[in-house]
Ligand binder design. Structure first.
Ligand code: FES
Length: 98
């Protein structure tokens, strides 16, 4: 259990679910701790992706954090009040003109 290793805790939101996790954990560790293994879905086939390299190289673990897409969960540390969302497809890099 990862939770047993934490000295302090922070509150985060994962797909609208309030979660208490260890301060200093990566987002990936926090997600896996609650069995949230599908970090994003691909744009082409909507296939689930999760942690792969774990060192920030492959970008398989990207999630939306505080409204910003393509944040790598494996190298991003959780912060109090952080809002994490499963990312669907490609990130929208330029706001739409609708
Ligand atoms: S798992 Fe490869 S960049 Fe995060």
């Amino acid at each position: 259990m990862l939770h047993a290793m934490a000295d302090a805790f922070v509150s985060i939101s994962v797909d609208s679910r309030r979660v208490k996790t260890g301060s200093g954990y990566t987002v990936a560790a926090a997600l896996l701790e609650i069995d949230h293994v599908q970090f994003r879905r691909t744009s082409r086939f909507s296939t689930g992706r999760s942690l792969f390299c774990g060192i920030g190289s492959c970008f398989d673990c990207v999630v939306k954090i505080d409204g910003i897409s393509n944040r790598r969960a494996c190298i991003t540390e959780v912060q109090e009040g952080m809002i994490i969302e499963t990312q669907d497809g490609d990130a929208q890099l330029v706001p739409s003109r609708e």
